[in-house]
Structure formats: C-alpha cells, structure tokens
Design a binder for this molecule. Structure first.
Ligand SMILES: C[S@@+](CC[C@H](N)C(=O)[O-])C[C@H]1O[C@@H](n2cnc3c(N)ncnc32)[C@H](O)[C@@H]1O
Length: 326
C-alpha cells in the first residue's frame, strides 16, 4: 500500500495513522523532522522544536509503531551479533559494582533504597566531578529518601540536595539541617519545577528517578534543562527499562518512548548541519560564516551518553562547529 501524507485534520490523522501501519513509520518520522526543519528555515520560528514534537505526535500515534520500525532495524546487525546466547549472573555477594565503586559502597550502608547495580560505576564516572564542590543537586523521585542520603554523602559538605516527589509522605525525608530538602509536587508540573529552580537552583545535577513514565520524563526535561540546569551541568535520567517491559504498557504513554526522545537529542545536536554546507564552516575561506541560525538547545548539548537504563546529557555552551584546512 502506498504511504500518504494526509491533511492534518483530527479525523484525517486517525485514518492516516492507521494506513501507516503498512508503511514505514520511521520514514514518516524522518519526513516529519524534515518538514519541521523546513518550517523553521522558512519562519525562523524559535518554537520549531515544538513543531517537531507536534509533528511526531501527529504522524506516529503509538510507541508501538515507532518501536516496530526500530526493532526491524535490528536486522541491520550481522547474524553473529544477533545470535541468542546465555548471559550468566551471580545472585550472591560480593557484587563487583558495589565493592568497586565509591557510590556503591556508600549506598550499601543506606537502608530503604533499591537500585540497578550497573548504575554505580556510571554514578562514579559521571558525577565525581562535583564531589567536594558544594553542588546543587535536584532529584525527582524521593521514595524513602535513600538516594538523597547517598547524594549528600557522595557529594560531601556543602552539597545542597533537593528531592521532589508527588507523594506527601516523602516529606519525612526533609532534613534542612543536613541540607536535604524535600518538596511535594508533580514532575509534570512545569510551574512547580520552576518554583523549585527559583528556590534552590539552578542545579549542577538533575536526576530524574521519578515515575519513569515517558510523558513525565519528557515534560520534566522540557521544564528544567534550559533554565534549571547550570552551564557545565548534567541532566541524568534513570530506568529506561520501563520503556521495554513486556508485561506492562503503563510507562509507554507517549508517541515515542523516552529513550527515543533522548536519542532524538543527538539529531538536534547535529541539526545545524541541516541548514548549511561544509563551506559555511570553513574558517580559512572567505565563504566561511561567522554566525549560524540554530535551535537554542543545540548550542549547549555537549555530550549525550547512554548506558544501559540511563542517559547522561551534559550541558555546556559550545562554539559553533569549525573546520580548518592547513
Ligand atoms: C523509584 S522511586 C524513587 C527512588 C529514590 N530516588 C531512591 O533511589 O531512593 C520513584 C518515586 O517517584 C515518585 N513519583 C511518581 N510519580 C511522580 C510524579 N508524577 N511526580 C513526582 N514524583 C513522582 C513516587 O512517589 C516515588 O517515590
């Protein structure tokens, strides 16, 4: 069946989407990104990222469609890589990731938490730069306060640790004397998050260990990354396994999974190349430009790193890309 890009009326959307089941949803997604890029070029509209989101929402109505397309691309890997094999793990201590990491050793003496053991080497590697530097840390998701106590110990004297949680019971972990603050509110609520930034931020590190629901993670990132995170800060999202569980759809409530949403930042990071040519970036040529029109966020997306279950997004104002031929 031929793919049709129909008019964007609500009724049209439903029928268009169902026809795409037989087409290639990823090619439609790519089309929607190109469409949004052209729209931005034409209008220089700073809200074009919103256009991008909106067009994804319009064109891929369920995560299933995008997931199906991504899964079919597994077949681009060699058969050797895709051969099913056995992965063995011990159920008894010692657990290497606890014994051999600072954060793991600390966490093992703090009751009331549960964590994937693979996170501790990532915490050590990515967060150590803030140890002893009195960072401001925001964590979405308090539960019994175990990770707030971990961060307080890990980052040391002077660290300001702020937890937000929708459950009023979490106020029990509020401990201003130890510079651990807990505020009650919903991670989807941009105004609430902004009030936290004004009261305690901006932050060096923001950790999203809240509901793990895709639309919530996306909403919090959109509310916090630009104004709530300092330059040279880290935005960290945990527990992407929720995007993959086969026994529940509860976390996959958005047209794309949150893993796909954060992967999309790699495209945004490189999006300046869509609007220019190689010559435009050559500093030694008269044709080389000195300024470029770019999505605001693209200027400060320095590193985007995925480990299993998590993403680390480093924010650092960047020079535009430059090429020098000697
Ligand atoms: C995985 S637990 C947090 C664990 C904690 N970070 C730790 O490691 O000890 C998730 C928490 O997110 C909270 N939560 C769920 N939905 C939320 C929402 N919409 N906004 C804020 N917090 C939410 C839950 O109440 C729960 O306490």
């Amino acid at each position: 069946m031929a793919c049709r890009r129909g008019a964007r009326s609500a009724a049209g959307l439903r029928s268009t989407t169902s026809r795409w089941n037989a087409c290639d949803p990823m090619s439609e997604l790519r089309h929607s990104v190109r469409h949004a890029t052209r729209a931005r070029r034409d209008s220089h509209d700073k809200s074009a990222l919103g256009v991008w989101h909106a067009s994804c929402m319009v064109q891929i109505s369920t995560y299933r469609e995008s997931t199906m397309a991504l899964k079919s691309s597994y077949n681009m890997l060699s058969p050797d890589m895709l051969r099913k094999t056995t992965w063995k793990g011990s159920k008894t201590p010692p657990f290497e990731n606890i014994e051999n990491t600072t954060s793991g050793k600390m966490w093992s003496s703090i009751p009331g938490g549960h964590k994937w053991l693979g996170y501790f080497p990532v915490y050590d590697r990515e967060f150590s730069r803030f140890r002893g530097k009195r960072p401001r840390v925001l964590e979405i998701g308090v539960y019994r306060g175990a990770s707030l106590r971990l961060w307080s110990r890990f980052f040391g004297v002077g660290a300001r640790i702020v937890g937000v949680d929708v459950n009023p019971q979490c106020s029990k972990s509020d401990n201003p004397g130890s510079n651990i603050h807990v505020e009650i509110g919903d991670q989807r609520d941009a105004a609430f998050l902004q009030s936290i930034v004004e009261k305690y931020g901006p932050f060096d590190l923001i950790i999203d260990d809240g509901s793990h629901v895709a639309s919530h993670q996306i909403a919090s990132f959109n509310a916090l990354f630009m104004t709530g995170l300092k330059n040279n800060g880290i935005y960290f999202v945990e527990d992407f396994e929720c995007m993959y569980w086969s026994n529940t759809d509860d976390y996959r409530d958005a047209p794309v999974t949150s893993t796909d949403f954060f992967k999309m930042l790699i495209d945004v990071q490189n999006s300046v190349f869509e609007d220019y040519t190689y010559q435009d970036f050559q500093v030694h040529r008269p044709t080389g430009l000195t300024e470029y029109s770019v999505f605001d966020i693209a200027k400060s997306l320095s590193n985007i790193k995925f480990a299993r279950g998590v993403v680390v997004i480093e924010k650092m104002e960047q020079e535009p890309p430059r090429v020098l031929h000697l």
